[in-house]
Design a protein. Structure first.
Length: 315
């Protein structure tokens, strides 16, 4: 059977562990040549090691796939350029960029240190900017030279960014920023044949166990042998492969959440209510008090996104 990504070249950042590892493996199984980027640090971003990226490259090679390791940090603009160049030098081009690298430094906002804010914004939001910026410059030059690659960017956001989560103002702000960046980048790059979409995972990785003690107990619950594991990090990989494939060429600027056997299409900010004054005149604070309280009272409650976990008996 023909492979979905035969002849494609992909980069997955943070591919040494967790979701990125699963995505890199399936991209390679579907025929893509893969740059396995990973700094190899702790869940808080401290330290570095070659092991995680090397192990995933070895796994890909063990089933006959092609891959190369890269250990640069996505936080550094110049280093990010080297990640993009690694694909071009090693495999001749770039088709797919999966921005996945991530860390957590959770803290209540009133206690948050500047370094905790900066490091999380730096890996997630700036890292996504850094890699996408160099990839898009490459694709634009290629387009000018009439070499069209139908490039795909797949960014990673989170429930924390789209719905909010206590203790994660830094992470949530970065992840919401990634969704906003994607929305605009999709419009800018669409004219060059490049699509840019966002995925929202939920899976058992060290970010939802070791880094988040409050979630550890239910995240570590596994189903009886033979039953589908809703939280297996490899569940996310088929969505990434699909969005990276030519079949998804008209899907651009969208946000997809996937948990286990469910996939959502999410929408961004939208009007819930709108009220106008009868006369063309400026509002007074007293009038706004009445109107705003009424609008908020009538607004539907925020959607409960935890249903799949309860259905799966996780809490
Ligand atoms: P993970 O900790 O298992 O994997 C993240 C990988 O990124 C690690 O191998 C780490 O070494 C690498 N990394 C960190 N900083 C880096 C840097 N500066 N440069 C290159 N690589 C770096 O965590 P997980 O859960 O697989 O996270 C992957 C992505 O999914 C992250 O963006 C995370 O925010 C996102 N996510 C995960 C969810 C989950 O349920 N696990 C939920 C929502 C979003």
């Amino acid at each position: 059977m023909a492979k979905l990504l035969e002849g494609k070249v992909a980069i997955v950042t943070g591919a040494g562990r967790g979701l990125g590892r699963g995505e890199a493996l399936l991209l390679a199984k579907e025929g893509a040549k893969v740059v396995v980027n990973d700094l190899g640090g702790g869940f808080d971003g401290a330290g570095a090691a070659a092991g995680p990226a090397d192990e995933v490259v070895a796994e890909i090679k063990s089933f006959g796939g092609e891959a190369v390791a890269n250990y640069e940090s996505v936080t550094d603009f110049k280093a990010a350029k080297k990640i993009i160049e690694c694909a071009i030098e090693k495999f001749g081009k770039l088709n797919i960029l999966v921005n996945n690298a991530g860390i957590l430094r959770d803290r209540m906002f009133f206690n948050m240190e500047e370094e905790e804010w900066d490091s999380v914004l730096s890996v997630h939001l700036k890292g996504t900017f850094n890699c996408s910026r160099h990839a898009c410059a490459y694709w634009r030059e290629e387009h000018k030279a009439e070499r069209v690659h139908e490039g795909k960017i797949i960014n990673t956001t989170s429930d924390a960014g789209l719905l909010g989560n206590v203790g994660q103002t830094n992470y949530g702000a970065a992840k919401a920023g990634i969704a906003a960046l994607t929305n605009i980048l999709a419009r800018e790059m669409g004219r060059y044949g490049i699509s840019c979409n966002v995925i929202v995972p939920v899976a058992r990785t060290r970010l939802t166990t070791d880094a988040t003690p409050s979630m550890k107990a239910f995240m570590e619950k596994t189903p009886p042998p033979g039953e589908f594991d809703m939280l297996d990090p490899e569940n996310m990989a088929p969505l990434v492969v699909y969005l990276a494939s030519d079949n998804a060429k008209d899907i651009n600027g969208q946000v997809f959440r996937l948990v286990g056997n469910k996939v959502w299409l999410l929408g961004g900010w939208h009007t819930i209510d709108m009220q106008g004054k009868e006369e063309k005149a400026r509002w007074t604070p007293e009038e706004l008090d009445k109107v705003i309280k009424e609008m908020v009272r009538k607004a539907p409650p925020q959607e409960d996104m935890t249903a799949p976990f309860r259905e799966a008996g996780l809490f």
